[in-house]
Design a protein around this ligand. Sequence first.
Ligand code: CUA
Length: 316
Amino acid sequence: MDSTLTTTLFQGSSTISNEVDTLFSFLIYSSIVFLCIVVFALIYFSLKYRHREGTEADTTLGVDHNLKLELVWSIIPTILVMIVFIWGFNVYLKMNVAPKDALEIKVTGQKWFWTFDYPEGANTVNELVAPVDKPVKLLMSSKDVIHSFFVPDFRIKMDVLPNRYTITWFEATKIGTYNLFCTEFCGTGHSEMIGKVRIVSEAEYNQWLESTTLLAGANVPPEELGAVLFSQKACKTCHSVAGKTLTGPHLNGIYGTEVDITGGSRILVDENYIRESLLDPQASIVAGFQPVMPTFQGILKDREIDALIAYIKSIK
Ligand code: CUA
């Protein structure tokens, strides 16, 4: 649709966004037309039938019905509502039935980050990478509470539920980086459950897949790899490395110290405790914090765990 006619503030970047915007514009413009008609009639009648000097206060005769008027105000809205229903249902079907040849990516929502699993075995956290001009089907589920997957530029939004799969799909029409939000209140970290959708050319996508699958095995010093993972895997959402207390304890300088554990004991923060905290986070919770950390079992490879430990050791 012509951009001058759409009411939305920014152009969409998926095949479905134009259709959503056109329907939305129809709703807005028809609402404006009826708003004007009602307000105009209101003002006109208020003036025409205003109280005038010298007339009795109660001069209105008994009002009878008017069949023509009643038919008009029943039939026109019914037609409008049917148009919106059939039109909307059509777009809804398109949004919810993914094309058969779509690339399938698994999406997992949990407090408070997104994980994406690609068919080739790679996984990313808080960044969905996908090729342009190709349908991408998202098979989504949650590990804990209800989250909601929302990419405004693609005009797609779908709840992500525990114990069940939901599906949405998109076909991006422009290369670029787009915002991904969680739009279901899911706890204290909800507002930070923000990700990116990075749309790249197909060649770049294939190249990226290869390099991410290789990253864990690449010849990068463990501390550096750990620093990358710390942000990539969203550790930084809950753990500061600058001495701040967020949802979890800050991690700078924590290595080699003893911390109080919920339940009364004390524990030395060493390699084994960090490893345990990543894989079985509820086993020993630092006193004063909630047991809300998700497990990274299956998300982190051994070399990645080593790298994160090396990174935590290095931050003073
Ligand atoms: Cu997840 Cu809000």
